[in-house]
Design a protein around this ligand. Sequence first.
Ligand SMILES: [Zn+2]
Length: 1004
Amino acid sequence: MGDTNSGQPKWTQVPATEATPRYSFFVQNLRKPELDDRDYRVIRLENGLLGVLIHDAHADKAASCLSIAVGHLQDPDDVPGMAHFCEHMIKKGSESYPAENDFLSFVLTNGGVQNAGTSAAWQDYWFSINPSKLSGALPRQAAFFHSPLFLSNLTAREMNAVDSENKRNLQNDSRRIHQLSKSLSRPGHPWTKFGTGNVKTLTEAARKKLEEDGRPTEVEDGDGGPIGRAVRQQLMKWWEEEYCSGRMTLCVLGNETIEELTKLVVPLFSRIPNRGITSRPVFEGPVWDSEQKGTIVFVKTFKDYYELSIVFQIDDQAPLYHTRPASFLSHLLGHEGPGSIYSYLKKRGWIFELHAGISSSNPSVTSLTIGGKLTREGYLHYEEVAQTIFNYIALLRDSSFEQYHFEERKQLNKTFFRFQEKSQPHSYVKSIALRLLDPVAGEPQDILSGGTDRLEWDEPAVLQLLDSFRPKNARVMVMAQVHDPSVSGGGDSWEVEKWYGTEYRVRPLSAEFINKADQPNCNPELALPKPNPYVPEDFGVNRREVAAVSKAPQLIPDDQFWIPKAHVKIHIKSPVAYSTPRNAVLTHLVEYMLEDSLADITYDAQLAGLHYYVSSDSKGLSVAVHGYSDKLPLLLDTVLQRLKEIQFSQDRLDVKKEELERAYKNYYLGQPSNLALDFTSYLLSTPWWTPAQKLEEISYVTLADLAWHKQELLRKVHVETLITGNVSEQRALDIADIIERHLTSTPLPQAEWPQERSSLLPSASAHVVRRTHDNPKETNSALVYHCQFGDVSNIRLRAILRLISHVLKEPAFSQLRTVEQLGYIVTTLLHVASGTIGFSFKIQSLKSPTVVEERVEAFIKDYRHTLASTASATFAGWKEGLATKLLEKPKNLAEETSRFWSPIRSGHYDFLRGETDAALVRELTLEEVLAAYDELLLPDGSANRKKLSYHLLSQRLEEDIQPASSQVVVGDETLFKAGLAYSATALPVASFYGKVARNGVSRM
Ligand SMILES: [Zn+2]
């Protein structure tokens, strides 16, 4: 991995041939993770586009991402949202592929996914696809950038799409606060811009102009009339000014050789024009000047929580990628071990969680933020919380760092990169294309690591940065749904942020506060971290070559990934865990209190790449540990011992109850479409306790209740364990011994294992459940339209459902979202529960759910004709696209582990479901798919159809239209659910219970 080839020429130019224009490639080797078997080539096209090509012989999915150093910071001042609008328009139709849904349809039917995004300083456009189709997808992607059509008939529709996207975000606190902090920057700085845009911001400039000319100013459908046509003209002008190949980067991954990929990519992407503009826009002047610094901002949130953050603007960190001083400091500020800010504030009962991080949008805009969610008490003591953070900064300033503070980080970063595993190809190409945008972030040989594998220590840079973290340079933000006058000052006057309507107050920090925060640290409980005992040392791997990789878990060492990492998952099934809403709350509190009591000691492990999770569900408690196998048993032992011996304290219980109570309350303010889906699942699954039911119980919970419940929870249990990765047979048995040692309880007989069941809708049913959203300001309503197909163990039906779901995805989206513009969120979902399978539409809309439901049914009827007349080659292509997707291999150990774990958790033990279903999909005929479509989906009175829809109504709905008389409107949800029959519970496809060992620990 060393720099063996420095001193040689770095780029070689390849002359043009008839088929391939001239380009250059980087001749040195890239620094790669140890087990990375892919080939890489960095290319630079004549038009300035920089790209990375990746050959992966084993890839069963290809991917590509094009990024561009243009974002909403480049929006024209009078057209906020222009970059975002461009992102919407550019992907729909090009000269060579003029059909608006050509690309979407090509990607989705060939097993892929695609999306695009617009941020402040960049945009990206990406997709994944079956590898054999990469050569068909790349010309389509490239055409968006060399010859987009910006189809005029889509103008009004896409402006509306942007508008409904903005409406979806209006109640989202993190977006509201992000925009507020941008809006409160130095007036005139591009950072103050509003990026999403809406119909008004997109059309205002054009409207003004037309009004001056005395012309009509109504936005019409289709091309939008005179206004829409003017906006489209502005868009194309803007595109010509900003979309330059010199600002673009590309990353393509496929199983073609590097030479083949080069021949594919170079001609296509060389066609994108270079406009001769600066490749990386940078802005003049600071984001904040003296007006913005040294201030405190009180913000009213939409959900009920308290938060404090302290923000500093810092220099661009990209050129410092070998030393990373800001990241070193954010690591210390966000530390959770003994002596840390978090540890101290937690002891005072003031904080739920703490974070510190750097965000960089553009070389001119980089900030470091420290903050976290507070308890009510923490909010009332917000000044002391802020002073603690400044105390810690003062401590850092006056301390001398020990060598291990830096060496550990250097060592861990190096190890992380060395054993980095593969990830999903579309995520991988996205991250590389983005990194390429930063020309100083590493020489090409550092593109994969970003330089993290060879960090250097630059103490002067760290000290210089620390010296700038003074209260006079900071902005403190204090957030609450309802502010206490003792905190925010009295009076009713609040200012209102322009784009989201967020209410806030800005005050200068008081001289007294600044003076106190600038003093040396006076808090003796704060200290720098001690050496980390979890830094891994042994990276030996038990490598075993096998002819065929296992598809089901067995007691054998890893046969596939050969990294020094392992996963242990433990499911502790207990019949008391979820038997009542009260028990569900108590189990949840056991989980919260356990994590809480472990935070101090497990933080070091986390830093060293060793993680643990505790979670509760309807069957019991789960404990999972993963990371470098070397010290993993040590962490598992620590977690399970704590579970066994934990002593609960009243003050921590009070804090955790407050946290949980607030989560239950805020739940009902969530996004309408997500809530409608949850409410549907509640009706169709048992057991399922709602947050409202749990909220009723939480205030009655006492310390004694919790201690008693924990005893009961672990008194009689059935434990299932999955161990994957770099673990020998002996090591696995040692791990099982740790588990048995700490979970010594009476085995739970199989008849008492907790079970999940589905509710069965009656045949020939069409029910509608209606409820109003709790938030009076929410303008969106939501519809979930669910058709229950049948039994999950009916494998042929399951294959048919999968194919119907695969086929409907794109046309449903194109029709209901793109053409009919029902709303920003339009999704179809395949529903696989413990006993049943089904198909759902989920739509969030400003329109009445009754109207949306009619549109869904019209779509199902219309699509029946398209389906019936499908050409046999097209049908075969669909089947192949789906089968390839079902047979996709796990990309890393974590994916493999969750593939094994999910059938264990469900109780089906159906490890080969993907293979089974793929084989059946390949056999299906169009006739049987149509028959199932008619019988189970088509709303025309079939005797076997079972439909349930959920209407979640906005309080602001202009006109509520009642469902048609053919629908049965459910009066009482609880009674309705009580009247439904249950499915069978999950039955194992193969017996795994021959090997139940002592104390209920079953091994596999
Ligand atoms: Zn969008």
